[in-house]
Design a protein around this ligand. Structure first.
Ligand code: 5GP
Length: 127
């Protein structure tokens, strides 16, 4: 499968330093920053520095080093913002939207780390 990456997306601009961000964590292959429109007291976006559209693109084409770094960075962010179960506000949700049905707004892989309050059920029952 060929994945088309649009390097004009807003997270690509953040990675190039063209748009400012509120950084939570930066590692060799990953950047984590606060969402500009938080949906919960904790709302951090974690993105790989590489040009990947979504999770299945990343899983198919990223190096083992990138995947390990990204996975560990997400866990580290959970600890840094004190949402790890048993600590601080206790508990979080990871969401990664992809494509039209997933209602993905920005076409660069990101995981939302949400927490700081009880988040309710995962999905509204629509039909
Ligand atoms: P998606 O709907 O693609 O899963 O989520 C995109 C997220 O990016 C949204 O939660 C939105 O608030 C956030 N976002 C969009 N533009 C910016 C920006 O310029 N800076 C930051 N920090 N977040 C952004």
């Amino acid at each position: 499968m060929a994945y088309a990456y649009d390097d004009q997306n807003i997270f690509a601009k953040i990675l190039r330093g063209e748009i400012p961000n509120s950084t939570v964590l930066e590692t060799d292959h990953t950047l984590a920053f606060n969402d500009i429109q938080p949906q919960a007291p904790v709302h951090v976006l974690v993105i790989p520095k590489g040009a990947y559209v979504n999770h299945d693109h990343f899983a198919a084409e990223a190096s083992d080093a990138e995947i390990a770094d990204y996975t560990r960075a997400i866990g580290q962010v959970c600890q840094m913002v004190s949402v790890t179960p048993g600590a601080g506000d206790g508990g979080y949700r990871l969401i990664s939207n992809a494509g039209d049905a997933g209602v993905q707004e920005v076409p660069h892989l990101h995981v939302h780390v949400l927490g700081g309050r009880v988040l309710g059920r995962m999905l509204e029952k629509a039909d």
